[in-house]
Every structure is written in C-alpha cells, then in structure tokens.
Design a protein. Structure first.
Length: 195
C-alpha cells in the first residue's frame, strides 16, 4: 500500500483472517515446515552452539565405555603374558621345583579368573531375567569347582614337592598382578588421552 492505494504486491502480503477478512500483517520471508518451532535468533544461536558439545560429549562417553568394557580382556592378556615371564624368572632364581609350583599356580589362577567371570555373568543373567540365562545349578557347580581345583592343585604340589607350595601360592596371586597392570594402564590412558 503506497500513499493509501492498494497495489497487487501489497495485497499479496496480506494474511486472510479467520473471519474471511484480510489482515494487515505481512507474511514471513521464509516458510517453515509444519510443526516447526520458531525461536528468537538468540535462542537459535545458543541451541546451535550447544549441539556440537552434546555430540562430542556423547562420542567421548562412548569411547570411554568401549575402553573400560575391554578391561577384563586386557587383564586376562596381562595374566597370559606375565605368567611365562614370572615362571622363567622363578626358575632362574629359585630352581625348577618352585618354577613348576608357580606355573601350576598361574594356570589355576588363570582358569579360576575365567570361571569367576562366567559365574558372575551367569548370576547377572539370572538376576536380570535374560532369556538365555544359565541354569542355577550349573552356576553353583562352576563356583564350587573353582575351589576344588585349587585344593587338588595344592594337594598335588604338597605330595610331590612341599618346596613347590610357595610357588603355587605365589602363582595364585597372578590375577592381582594382572589387575594392578590394568589399573596402571587405565591411569596412563586417563592422563595421556583423557579417556
């Protein structure tokens, strides 16, 4: 509308009202899809600036979860790598009998750690009602079998060579050494990579 006259361009920007009359509001320059929320410019900028932070936080959380989820695998790897080294050092320093006892203790400790993981996973599956949960009887037998295996190893070592008992008992501490190595690795990863 120029000088009180209606022009076709001015008429095109008028919005029809609910009662059929034409209002004097101009149409917005951009047409948004149905259901879009129109926010003031300052709110749009704050939302857009927050978006990359949320995504990077999500990625960091996912990376950290994946890193810490691999802890059991790394502990078992530390145990498998350290046991031959420790057995070789014990054989050199204390003799063959102590090294044999240590090797048996490391083997029992490794199998015990593996079975303990399976028992705990079985308990968690049973408690959460997972459809593929192990039987309660199997979980209990596996738990008891861990101690039977340690007792048989100790009895075998005592009857063959009482001097090897110290090696056997030292070998049973292999999971502690593996967990200590994992703790040191996680500390290093947290300080160097920020995981």
């Amino acid at each position: 509308m120029r000088d009180g006259k209606h022009t076709p361009a001015a008429e095109a920007h008028k919005i029809p009202a609910a009662n059929g009359t034409t209002g004097s509001r101009a149409l917005p320059k951009t047409i948004l899809p149905r259901g879009s929320l129109i926010l003031p410019q300052s709110d749009r900028q704050s939302i857009m600036s927050d978006q990359p932070q949320i995504d990077s936080e999500l990625v960091q959380a996912t990376v950290a979860e994946a890193f810490y989820a691999g802890a059991l695998v790394r502990i078992r790897l530390f145990m498998a790598v350290l046991s031959p080294v420790v057995v070789a050092l014990a054989g050199w320093k204390f003799g063959l009998r102590s090294a044999a006892g240590l090797a048996v203790g490391c083997l029992i400790a490794y199998v015990n750690f593996h079975w303990l993981k399976r028992v705990v996973s079985g308990f968690v599956d049973r408690a959460s009602g997972a459809p593929h949960a192990q039987s309660g009887e199997g979980i209990v037998w596996r738990f008891v079998l861990r101690y039977v295996l340690m007792a048989v190893g100790a009895y075998g070592i005592l009857t063959v060579s009482p001097a090897s008992l110290n090696g056997l008992l030292a070998g049973l501490f292999l999971p502690v050494v593996g967990i200590a190595c994992e703790a040191a690795y996680e500390l290093y990863a947290a300080l160097s990579r920020g995981v």
